[in-house]
Design a protein around this ligand. Structure first.
Ligand SMILES: Cc1cc2nc3c(=O)[nH]c(=O)nc-3n(C[C@H](O)[C@H](O)[C@H](O)COP(=O)(O)O)c2cc1C
Length: 660
């Protein structure tokens, strides 16, 4: 295939067979105490097997060992390289990756920076008065005390990185990358940034001072690995906290030239500041694909060295276009290669329709919501010992995934759905502009069911008698749930539930009240479409978008609340419409509108054209009760047990379909 993405490229003598790489991803599985285990090897090998040329590890701890209380609190595995005892583990990964013609890089980080309690200078930071809420506080509910590091500690971190680089080379790893991106998340980026660094010693002050740690580290890395070994640096092209932080201009005019002079071989360009807004790092489905690549293109103009671009790139046609346009030399993908490690291989084989395209849901991204196999160490489904006649009832994503896996295993599979189309609630939610990426998964499953020749029967309500007539060996019930309208709203004018609101958009009037703080993304979508929206509910502000994964919730909070984070880019701007009303109770609904009372007894009448009720679901489980005591194996999965998100539905579907 004559595509730019499949052209080879070299970084300081490291030959890459194509221009696709796996972005650094912290969520790699590992054994206790930072050791590589079989799962870690598989995590990287799967990407290499799938055709990606450069596999970068997530941030590996060059030293010192992380605080165990903190890692336990975050519930994350970590991988270390601050001792020779870790070399054999990386040698295993390198061997596995090389067996598939790919190269391995290790991303190195020293002490983790202000996010985890070590900074160049003490807070308050420049905009502390308005930017006090940060990721760790939102995630854990408390502030991490920050200590100012000494010159001895700085020199020690430089040495840690240099020693770990030498260990990487000794393990047969092909390159190292210094993590100097994401603002306060990394030691090196924090030193670079005037936002965090107000030191007056030689590691602070002007650009020369703030660059010193980075430049000295690169020089010590070079001394440790020799002249011919590739050293990459990951930068945030712009910290996205405005003029107080590192700007794109600083990167192109000052930082890139300084690093070139220090001996760096390639720039990996990300953006943002993890603790102050995580704009540009955790990029949920609400952003357009590839939306940060114009910044990378500016860096590319500033250097002759290879430049890597990243950020919500899930489509290899787009990746190819970005390379053709000269915006980058290599494209890194993180979540797409988690949703489907075989993305390059399938594309190269001319079957892009088989690619499971990332939906940007941000639900884990280690244990991916739509890819059961990743991280759990599960292999592809194996053929069943004895093919059975399997009936799946319900064509939402739980039922579709169960039918896909059952059919892959050789079971004769029928899927029945009483609606006229597949996809259930997820395909309805995908109709809202904010959530259109959800449709990727429905489309993938629909295609796979067709290819696997699953007998899909739509548009007919199914009864226990129909099931009996079909005489299946196994019945998998995935009958989902129905959305309820609260009693006070039933029979009133202009009332819809959430699914009706997205499937019958034309009926929505100008003035919209959403009853249910969970529907925050619908509120934003409707406001963006020109409606006057109020979203309200009984819970406090902490219940707004409560069950959303943090990467999405953070975006919603920036849009709809006064959470005090920098809003340097327009995408993060606070919206005045929708209005958010927390802690209110509905008293009654009349012809005039919905009458609410707040916790201080204050009353308000919210006039509406359309009232949308969201957040109340009832499991549709009558069929399960009817089938009890019959001869077949009967299983239930997904929403028909209790409200289930995408990940739970996919896990349950796989666990049943791999067992039968
Ligand atoms: C779960 C998760 C873990 C990440 N871990 C790291 C990391 O260890 N180091 C790093 O530089 N970036 C990390 N990132 C950022 C990614 O490398 C990448 O820049 C980001 O996910 C955008 O790319 P994508 O849209 O292709 O996923 C992480 C992102 C996610 C979602």
């Amino acid at each position: 295939m004559s595509k730019k993405i499949f052209e080879p490229i070299e970084i300081k003598g490291m030959k890459l067979k194509n221009r696709l790489g796996f972005a650094p991803f912290l969520n790699m599985p590992a054994a206790a105490d930072g050791y590589v285990n079989d799962l870690t090897v598989k995590w990287f090998e799967d990407r290499a097997k799938g055709g990606t040329a450069l596999i970068m590890t997530g941030a590996v701890v060059a030293g010192p060992a992380p605080d165990p209380t903190f890692t336990a609190m975050l519930g994350m595995d970590w991988v270390g390289l601050f001792d020779d005892k870790y070399i054999p583990g990386f040698a295993r990964i390198a061997e596995a990756v090389h067996a598939h013609g790919a190269k391995l890089g290790i991303q190195l980080t020293g002490s983790a920076g202000p996010m985890l309690g070590k900074g160049p200078s003490l807070p308050p930071y420049p905009d502390e008065e308005h930017a006090t809420d940060h990721l760790i506080k939102v995630l854990l509910g408390f502030d991490m005390p920050i200590t100012e590091v000494t010159v001895e500690e700085i020199e020690q971190v430089e040495q840690y990185i240099a020693d770990a680089s030498a260990r990487a080379k000794a393990a047969g790893v092909d390159c190292v990358e210094l993590h100097c991106a994401h603002g306060g998340a990394t030691f090196h980026n924090a030193f670079l940034s005037p936002y965090y660094n107000r030191r007056t010693d030689r590691y602070g002050g002007d650009w020369e001072g703030r660059l010193r740690l980075l430049v000295e580290t690169v020089q010590k890395m070079r001394a440790a690995v020799g002249e011919d070994y590739p050293i990459l640096v990951r930068l945030s092209s712009d910290q996205l906290v405005g003029e107080r932080g590192v700007t794109l201009r600083d990167t192109t005019d000052i930082i890139v030239p300084a690093l070139e002079a220090a001996g760096v071989d390639c720039f990996d360009i990300s953006q943002g500041d993890m603790i102050r807004s995580n704009e540009g790092i955790l990029i949920p489905l609400y952003y357009p694909r590839g939306c940060f690549m114009d910044m990378t293109a500016e860096v590319k103009k500033a250097t002759k060295l290879p430049v890597i671009g990243v950020g919500r790139i899930v489509d290899l046609d787009m990746a190819d276009r970005l390379l053709e346009e000269g915006k980058a030399d290599i494209i890194f993908m993180g979540r797409q290669l988690t949703a489907d490690p075989e993305t390059p291989k399938k594309y190269l084989e001319g079957r892009p329709e088989d690619i499971r395209v990332c939906i940007g849901c941000m639900d884990g991204c280690g244990p991916c919501a739509i890819n059961y196999e990743i991280h759990r160490g599960a292999d592809a489904p194996v053929p069943a010992d004895k093919p059975k006649k399997v009936l799946v009832i319900g064509g939402g994503i739980a039922g579709m995934e169960a039918a896909r896996v059952a059919a892959l295993r050789g079971h004769r599979t029928t899927l029945m759905e009483n609606a006229s189309k597949l996809g259930g609630i997820l395909s309805a939610l995908a109709l809202s502009s904010m959530n259109s990426e959800f449709g990727n998964f429905v489309q993938y499953l629909t295609t796979q069911l067709k290819k696997l020749k699953v007998d899909v029967r739509l548009g007919k309500a199914i009864t226990a008698a129909d099931v009996e007539a079909l005489a299946p060996d196994v019945v998998i019930l995935a009958t989902g749930s129905s959305m309820l309208i609260p009693k006070a709203a039933r029979g009133k004018r202009g009332v819809m539930n959430h699914v009706q609101a997205v499937t019958r958009k034309d009926e929505i009037g100008k003035k919209v009240v959403i009853w249910g703080l969970i529907a925050a993304d619908l509120a934003i979508s409707l406001a963006q479409e020109g409606k006057d929206v109020t979203i309200m509910g009984e819970g406090g502000i902490d219940t707004l978008a409560k069950p959303y994964p943090i990467g999405r919730k953070w975006y919603i909070l920036r849009k709809l609340t006064d959470i005090r984070v920098p809003r340097a880019v327009p995408e993060a701007a606070r919206m005045s419409n929708p209005e958010v009303l927390c802690d209110v109770k509905v008293e009654e609904i009349t012809e005039e509108g919905i009458h609410v009372v707040d916790k201080d007894g204050g009353k308000r009448l919210l006039a509406y054209d359309t009232l949308i009720a969201s957040g109340r679901n009832k499991a549709s489980d009558t069929m399960f009760k009817e089938l009890q005591g019959k001869a077949w194996e009967v299983y239930r999965i997904g929403d028909c047990i209790r409200p289930a998100n995408i990940k739970t539905s996919v896990v349950e579907a796989n666990e049943v379909a791999r067992r039968i």
